[in-house]
Write a protein that binds this ligand. Structure first.
Ligand code: FAD
Length: 393
């Protein structure tokens, strides 16, 4: 005998929990199942343990999707202010870090505790450590077969996220269910991910790991002005993670180093004042010494500033303005913060996240082909899409 509920939500992550709260408040009998031992594991590790839970500037322009209009409806109906109201009602201390990014003062666990308290108040049930065997549909109800029995419901919400960080239980489950029901899944790839450099370049960059510098990172029309970080494998830091979502394997990215500095003026002034100093000494006034050294070495610049030809200095300025790099790959899903692509938005209703062709079936959160920038946008999508489905399921 199958248990009966109105709504079964698979996945107790950010989107699934928000959906449960909203559906529960409407009086629906809700069961959330997850194969993990704890809910909201990605919330727990997010934002360095302090969860960048939203971004006050979040809007459709901050998301990548085959259909950039799809996210508009849900984002407009559940805004960063709505989530912040919830956070404040629970007296969770928070602060804005930079660029509209809101973080917990204390711990990401505050957000998980808040969601669990809201789920309880809404009368929903959470079942953890429950692997899912199969999902069946007889045209009327969904049957979710788990290791701990079968549950039947008229609405099924798939909130199992993307493929990033498989070590934490990420699976391609949502894509499999979408395909089982005839929905298209767009190409998936790792996003917000560090990029690798080839071994020869890494050898030349020896000593740089740990060095950070302000940059504008560019790829096509996308550009992000934040920090870049050299690592043992290649490049990371917010600017690189942001641009990685626009980049594809083997393509070039461009970096402007220290965009606030007018290097042409700085070098001209230094040449007038003390032409005997080394070029890297002038650069090191504005960037880490090791990076300054690498730049001059790579361009074969040696000796005092006064002895450098105009051509050499121009080559250096060009490198500072427009450093072209061709990363051969990324660190992949192992370290990616998100999965780009996913359940095709063309198959979903943008107001409710329901599959147009399968009444009662919903996809929310990262599983859907909507991916945010770094900076609290991905959680805002999880809250907004979860809220949208919870209002209908
Ligand atoms: P998830 O949070 O991934 O939840 C999916 C749930 O489904 C999980 O509980 C999982 O156990 C469960 N599940 C998966 N497969 C199955 C299955 N087969 N059967 C049963 N259950 C299953 N975004 C921000 O906006 N701000 C941040 O600060 C931030 N920091 C991040 C830091 C890291 C290290 C990472 C990896 C991501 C970060 N993100 C951040 C992105 C954000 O965590 C995700 O976009 C968000 O968690 C997606 O929510 P979701 O509910 O769709 O999926």
């Amino acid at each position: 005998m199958a248990e009966r509920r109105d709504v079964v939500i698979i996945g107790a992550g950010a989107a699934g929990m928000m959906c449960a709260i909203e559906a529960g408040r409407r009086g629906r009998r809700v069961l959330v199942v997850d194969h993990a031992r704890a809910p909201g594991e990605k919330i727990r590790i997010s934002g360095g343990g302090r969860c960048n839970f939203t971004n006050i500037h979040a809007g459709p322009k901050n998301f990548l999707s085959a259909n950039p209009h799809f996210c508009k409806s849900a984002l407009a109906r559940y805004t960063p202010r709505d989530f912040l109201d919830l956070v404040e009602r629970h007296r969770i201390p928070w602060h804005e870090k930079t660029l509209g990014q809101l973080f917990c003062d204390n711990s990401a666990k505050d957000i998980i505790a808040m969601l669990l308290a809201e789920m309880k108040a809404a009368g929903t049930e959470l079942r953890l450590s429950t692997p899912i065997g199969a999902v069946e549909h007889d045209g009327r109800a969904f049957r979710v077969v788990t290791e701990h029995g079968t549950v039947e419901a008229s609405s099924l919400v798939v909130a199992t996220g993307g493929k990033s960080i498989p070590k934490m239980g990420a699976t391609g489950f949502a894509y499999r269910i979408a395909e089982q029901f005839g929905l298209t899944v767009t190409e998936t790839r790792a996003g917000l991910v560090p990029l690798t450099l080839d071994p020869a370049m890494l050898a030349a960059h020896e000593g740089l790991p740990g060095v950070a510098v302000d940059v504008v990172a560019r790829h096509g029309k996308a550009e992000f002005r934040e920090a870049a970080l050299f690592t043992h494998r290649g490049l990371s830091g917010p600017a690189i993670l942001q641009i990685s979502s626009y980049w594809r394997e083997g393509e070039e990215i461009a970096l402007t180093l220290c965009p606030d500095v007018d290097f042409a003026a700085a070098i001209a002034a230094a040449r007038r004042e003390n032409g005997r100093q080394a070029v890297q000494t002038v650069l090191a006034e504005h960037m880490p010494k090791k990076l300054a050294q690498l730049l001059v070495t790579e361009l074969g610049i040696d000796g005092p500033l006064a002895e450098q030809s105009g051509r050499r200095i121009e080559a250096l300025l060009q490198r500072l303005r427009d450093w072209r790099l061709r990363p051969p790959g990324s660190e992949g899903y192992r370290t990616a913060e998100v999965t780009l692509g996913g359940v095709d938005t063309a198959a979903l209703d943008s107001r409710s996240m329901a599959a147009k062709a399968v009444p009662g079936l919903y996809f929310i959160g990262e599983a859907v082909d909507v991916t945010g920038w770094l900076g609290g946008y991905n959680f805002q999508w999880a809250w907004a899409s979860g809220h949208a489905a919870g209002g209908h399921a």
